[in-house]
Write a protein that binds this ligand. Structure first.
Ligand SMILES: [Zn+2]
Length: 397
């Protein structure tokens, strides 16, 4: 790297430090940013001016905008009105297509049910819907890029969905396909890792976090000191086939009693049908019943929470995280489920002595899939915002 390139790269890195400080503490005065980041006041002012020129931050006091930039006590905040982040999350029954702002707030989300599950058909339909949404709902905003999240095994570095066994997908080059279709900068990652990033940026900030995602797919992610564990080919977090004591649920892997087979949405809906709680095997209908307080539906979700808690114990004991976050709608929305989960950890874990403080629901209970997708891109963005934006400008010029 040449001396100039190296200096420019250092400047870009400290600009991202300033932007992340505004994200965490905004609205915040420049003098406070300087104190918290250790950068000089003039360096902070320089970065704020540059970030404002890109439409990433703004001064809050409209009346003073005509004066020179750089007064240390005028608060600055993330400018959420200039840009938009696109997201695509691929679940088993549907794909979610979403638009988010730079604070990770979901502006708009739509679900596209899967009529066909072929990867090309699913991804192209999502891309086309996304482009239509951008044109109809955010024509005045500049798109930063597209984040793509899904369950199963995703290789972030190559942008490939290596294996999604429930959908039957293998080696799907999602990043290249979607970049070609949309013209946007595209990042792809597993939804559990994406949601850990989302927590770090917009939700729970702890030194180390273990996260379990329980839907039709069950997987996990672990982060410590701001780094999410990927391992070779990003295969970390494959907990779908952990054995569950006392479960005889047949699994697609050929064994019985695996965690995913025992607690998946599909299994829960089927059990509700068999138990006469529902007349169709619909997970959303079961969740709605539980939220309305139907005792039989609530009992199914509490049992699910207990099974998740028991499965989490060895993982928590191994990793001893500051927080265990469980992404599961019953734990976020059905009375008694979070307490049931915490009780399992309290009773069985050797290291978890304060579950009220360390065992938590997701910070994004109503937007979890859209939030995951957006976070894939936003994580890259907050690492080095100017690199992402200038890459985009070079492409479009
Ligand atoms: Zn299995």
């Amino acid at each position: 790297m040449s001396r100039n390139a190296s200096a420019s790269s250092r400047r870009s890195v400290s600009a991202s430090v300033v932007l992340r400080d505004v994200l965490a503490g905004g609205p915040v005065a420049r003098s406070t940013i300087a104190r918290r980041t250790g950068l000089s006041p003039s360096a902070v002012t320089g970065h704020i001016t540059e970030l404002a020129a890109f439409g990433l931050v703004r001064e809050l006091d409209e009346a003073t905008r005509t004066h020179r930039v750089g007064r240390p006590h005028v608060p600055v905040d993330i400018d959420t009105a200039q840009h938009v982040v696109a997201g695509i999350h691929v679940a088993v029954p549907h794909t979610t297509v979403a638009l988010l702002d730079l604070r990770g707030r979901v502006l708009l989300a739509e679900r596209l049910p899967h009529h066909a599950r072929e990867p090309l058909a699913v991804l192209e339909r999502a891309a086309d819907r996304l482009l239509a949404m951008l044109e109809a709902h955010a024509p005045e905003r500049s798109p930063v890029g597209l984040g793509v999240a899904t369950g199963g095994w995703v290789d972030q570095a190559s942008g490939v969905i290596v294996e999604h066994p429930v959908l039957g997908w293998r080696d799907v080059a999602a990043r290249d396909l979607l970049a070609g279709r949309t013209g946007l900068a595209v990042e792809v990652d597993g939804h559990s890792r994406a949601l850990i990033h989302a927590e770090r940026l917009f939700g729970v900030t702890r030194e180390s976090v273990l996260q379990l995602f329980v839907g039709n797919v069950v997987d996990a992610a672990f982060a410590t000191a701001g780094t999410v564990q990927h391992g070779p080919r990003s295969a970390a977090g494959a907990v779908a086939h952990l054995p569950v004591e006392g479960s005889a649920e047949p699994c697609s892997c050929g064994r019985a009693g695996c965690l995913q087979a025992t607690v998946s949405e599909h299994t829960l809906a089927r059990r509700a049908l068999a138990g006469g709680i529902l007349d169709q095997p619909s997970f959303p209908a079961l969740l709605a019943l539980a939220e309305q307080g139907s005792p039989a539906a609530v009992a199914l979700f509490r049992e699910r929470a207990r099974v998740i808690g028991r499965a989490a114990v060895p993982l928590v004991d191994l990793l001893n995280p500051d927080a265990l976050i469980v992404v599961e709608p019953g734990i976020s929305r059905v009375p008694g489920c979070l307490a049931a989960l915490r009780a399992e950890l309290a009773a069985r874990s050797w290291v978890c002595d304060d579950p009220e403080h360390s065992v938590l629901p997701t910070s994004f209970p109503r937007t979890v899939l859209a939030s995951a997708a957006g976070a894939v891109l936003l994580t890259e963005f907050y690492q080095d915002p100017l690199r992402l934006l200038t890459r985009r400008l070079r492409r479009t010029s």
